[in-house]
Design a protein around this ligand. Structure first.
Ligand code: NAI
Ligand code: MG
Length: 495
């Protein structure tokens, strides 16, 4: 092994077995699969390959733990969750290294976004555990009845997690689930299972009762599919590809389990002529290329007013030319590798498609050959297209890689129509100094988030989630508790 020894030592410290019912276990089959470092293509670890038998065991453990977890004092649940958030914060450096090693993202990005937000989520929802309340309702008909509501957990939750923010996506789902009193089976993505297993260590360390949080590692067909079809699962919460979300919805129908879907996007960024152009370029760079473009919110369809189009493109191109590709563990790196060989191939396929369909390619995107130990890493140079047409594949399908498409507009209405010309509706950004325009346009964009003169900000208290084919069921904020709760109305006769 060639990548940073310190990183590998830290990796060796965590138990790379699943967590089921408070026990660290291998898969029932005894099989394991390889985990790669995308910056080198080398195998860095193996983890258990779960199948339906392991899913059965994990769901049974979560079911068995449910009565005890529900009965535990909310303040005691809150304390466990708070302590988990604190441990994540204390281990920031180690966890950031682990994410860089497993996903390819830069340590700097993980330290800025993934780890602090994951920690904050557990602490924020720890606060909610003691604040889940019903209401007393005076009946509209004036009946001699005393009616109150109770908000109960849905039961056993399956969290099917993607690879782009591995630990953070576990937290998105575990935070509100646990605060609401549910028990949990987490299935991390097969590309990036390491931080979920480290989370399992911390769950044990802070003393969650056995079975409240279970972690099974395995791929979509062998572990994700049986989990989403399992009759012992009451709710699935999923982040990933829209097509996979549709499969999960299909699989969930036998017991009508609740489903929350955080799916793909094709988000627009609008740059008006009066925008602070440097800020817009900086923000748009982040919107398109942050995390190697592997973000569901990537604002990769960029619409720029014709008066500033050329200046904008020139500045963005200049910025792209300074981007340093390399291992996420190297402090000089701006952009790490993509998560896997498949993803790199998929993204370079889109870059070729853009060229073939006649878009003008300004930055030379495509596979990058790095030297030495990184020669076999999954690096893709960032691409920037102009002269794109709405019907091109690069404008319609989620690319999930460092590829931006800039087109020009003249009228505000035209920009809004172009922004909404997608089946998705996850996020959007707009850049203007005109406050009236900002809110007029924000009102007309069909997306779950609109960022004005910024892009990509998240906060634990602010709900986030898609419109249209980007899914449903908000995450973060108070609203994210709702999908993990069900309301019971209790009537008492007073006549
Ligand atoms: P995916 O959606 O197939 O995988 C995400 C998770 O779902 C993983 O844990 C996977 O094991 C699981 N899964 C896969 N098939 C399943 C099934 N039939 N039943 C239950 N669980 C299943 O995404 P994938 O294949 O890794 O990436 C393909 C594309 O999906 C990406 O290029 C990107 O466009 C999109 N994607 C979007 C994400 C987002 O945050 N919106 C995150 C990851 C991928
Ligand atoms: Mg897939």
């Amino acid at each position: 092994m060639t990548e940073s020894n310190a990183a590998l030592l830290e990796l060796a410290a965590s138990d790379l077995r699943m967590l089921i019912g408070g026990e660290r276990v291998e898969a029932a089959s005894g099989e394991r699969f390889e985990v790669l470092n995308p910056a080198t293509g080398e195998t860095i670890a193996t983890v258990p390959a779960a199948n339906a038998a392991d899913v059965d065991a994990a769901v049974a453990a979560a079911r068995a733990a449910l009565p005890g977890w529900r009965a535990m004092a909310p303040a005691a649940r809150a304390e466990l969750m708070w302590n988990l958030g604190t441990r994540i914060a204390e281990l920031s450096e180690e966890l950031a290294t682990l994410e860089a090693l497993d996903n390819g993202k830069t340590r700097g990005d993980a330290l800025m976004v993934d780890i602090p937000l994951a920690s904050e989520i557990f602490r924020y929802y720890a606060g909610w555990a003691t604040k889940i309340e019903g209401v007393a309702i005076p009946t509209a008909g004036g009946l001699a009845q005393h009616v109150y509501t109770v908000r109960e957990p849905v039961g056993v939750v399956a969290a099917i997690v993607p690879w782009n923010f591995p630990l953070l996506m576990c937290a998105y789902k575990a935070g509100p689930s646990l605060a609401a009193g549910n028990t949990l089976v987490i299935k991390p993505a097969e590309q990036t299972p390491l931080s979920a297993l480290r989370l399992a260590d911390l769950v044990e360390e802070v003393g969650f009762p056995p079975g409240v949080v279970n972690v099974v590692t395995g791929d979509g067909p062998s572990a994700g599919a049986p989990l989403s079809a399992h009759l012992g699962v009451d709710k699935v919460t999923f982040t990933g590809e829209t097509g996979t979300g549709q499969k999960i919805l299909e699989a969930s129908k036998a017991n009508l389990k609740r489903v929350s879907l955080e799916l793909g996007g094709k988000s627009p960024s609008l740059v008006f002529a009066d925008a602070d152009l440097d800020a817009a370029v900086e923000g748009t760079y982040g919107a398109v290329y942050f995390n190697q473009g592997q973000c569901c919110i990537a604002g990769a369809r960029v619409f720029v007013h014709e008066d500033v189009h050329d200046a904008f493109v020139e500045k963005l191109l200049a910025k792209l030319k300074t981007v340093q590709l390399g291992s996420g563990l190297d402090a000089d790196t701006d952009m790490g590798p993509l998560v896997s060989a498949e993803q790199a191939e998929r993204v370079t396929g889109f870059i070729s498609a853009g060229r073939d369909e006649g878009a003008t390619e300004l930055a030379g995107g495509g596979p990058a050959e790095l030297a030495g130990e990184h020669a076999n890493g999954y690096f893709v140079r960032p691409a920037l297209f102009t002269d794109v047409e709405p019907e091109m594949r690069v404008m319609r399908e989620e690319i999930f890689g460092p590829v931006g498409m800039v087109s020009r507009f003249r009228e505000e209405d035209e920009a809004i129509a172009a922004a909404n010309d997608t089946v998705f509706g996850l996020a959007s950004g707009l850049w203007t100094r005109d406050v009236k325009r900002a809110h007029r346009v924000a009102a007309q964009i069909q997306a779950g988030t609109v960022w004005i003169n910024t892009y990509g900000f998240f906060d634990v208290a602010v709900p986030y989630g898609g419109f249209r084919m980007s899914g449903y069921g908000k995450e973060l904020g108070a609203e994210a508790l709702d999908p993990y709760l069900q309301t019971k109305s209790v009537w008492t006769d007073l006549s």
